[in-house]
Design a protein around this ligand. Structure first.
Ligand code: SER
Length: 333
């Protein structure tokens, strides 16, 4: 039970999503393309994802669809990224429950029955709530979220820890902050503004933000998100005191501070603030996070702070805009 077993055949759920689309490619590079099986529910995968290795449509809420791929490819590890995020979950709490709770239960059960080496299940800052200390939020603290997403993530952390203690299944997870990236747009999150703002700055030099200017949240750039996920997955089991609930972070900023940092590169960039229902969600989450448990137990350390992240985002998206491939605003928006 305290042995770290190798990960040889990996299944990624949610592989078409914001994080999954980049994590799958990183895992394929590291573990071999044919050893990393990508899966999604309904969104069409990018050509790169499709051409770089195996891909299947599955629905994690339907256990037999997971089972089929697991058997076919002799899977020993699952990176379970499929989830309905905070804002989308408030629009459809029933779907959020089905995907996030029943989906996770199915993944854990399939992993247990197949005696898998590892399951990685991300959690989120959404596990925290209004009663949680908002600054430098500790790993061990009050978890009374107000969103369906948060409720499912707290349950997921507890369930993962239960499977480890009860069945010896090596389940690990980390509480992602808002993730900023430039490959696949996020869908249905409260922190999505911190991605949209870059596309809008480059294309229109203006952005209407759905959170207040002073809303401060913990965040992380995608390279750090990928790095933290793989670091945790590969950490020696005997060094872990926590399992499914590691705080991780890289930076914290308000919407106004992010706009100001972008303005250093695009001086005439204008932002207006029109908070919607997502403001209440953001107000229930921490401003900053204490991730010392992750640092101590598996050596976590981020590479990107706010200026470095902004510089890189603008460089990458600026280049794509010049090639006429920015893809903003997204189709159907
Ligand atoms: N980015 C997520 C959201 O906003 C937080 O985990 O829902």
């Amino acid at each position: 039970m305290s042995q770290t077993r190798p990960m040889k055949k990996i299944l990624v759920t949610g592989a078409v999503g914001q994080i999954g689309s980049e994590l799958t490619l990183a895992l394929r590079q590291r573990y071999g393309a044919e050893n990393v099986i990508a899966t999604g529910r309904k969104t069409q995968p990018s050509r790169e994802l499709l051409e770089s290795g195996p891909f299947y449509f599955i629905d994690v809420a339907k256990r037999e669809t997971i089972e089929e791929v697991v058997r076919k490819h002799n899977i020993d590890t699952i990176f379970h990224l499929a989830a309905i995020l905070s804002a989308a979950g408030e629009k459809n709490p029933q779907l959020a429950w089905d995907v996030n709770i029943n989906g996770l239960y199915n993944v854990l059960e399939v992993a247990r029955e197949h005696n898998m080496a590892r399951v990685i299940v991300p959690s989120s800052i959404a596990v925290f709530g209004p009663e949680t200390p908002r600054k430098n939020t500790p790993n061990e603290t009050i978890l009374k979220p107000r969103t369906m997403y948060g409720i499912t993530k707290v349950a997921g952390e507890l369930l993962g820890d239960y499977y480890f203690r009860r069945f010896g299944l090596d389940v690990r997870g980390l509480r992602y902050p808002g993730i900023i990236s430039n490959v696949t747009l996020p869908g249905g999150g409260t922190t999505d503004y911190a991605v949209e703002i870059f596309y809008a700055a480059i294309k229109f030099k203006r952005y209407k933000c759905f959170l207040r200017e002073d809303t401060r949240l913990p965040m992380m750039y995608m390279p750090d998100c990928i790095k933290s996920t793989i670091m945790l997955a590969e950490a020696p089991l005997e060094r872990l005191k926590h399992h499914c609930d590691f705080n991780v972070t890289a930076m914290s900023f308000s919407a106004g501070e992010l706009a100001a940092e972008i303005r250093k590169h695009i001086p005439d960039f204008e932002v207006t603030y029109e908070p919607d229902f997502r403001q209440q969600i953001a107000d229930s989450w921490p401003e900053s996070i204490d991730d010392s448990a992750a640092r101590e137990e598996w050596g976590w350390k981020p590479d990107y702070d706010l200026p470095a992240m902004v510089r890189d985002m603008l460089e990458v998206l600026g280049r794509r805009h010049k090639e006429g491939k920015l893809g903003w605003p997204p189709e159907g928006a």
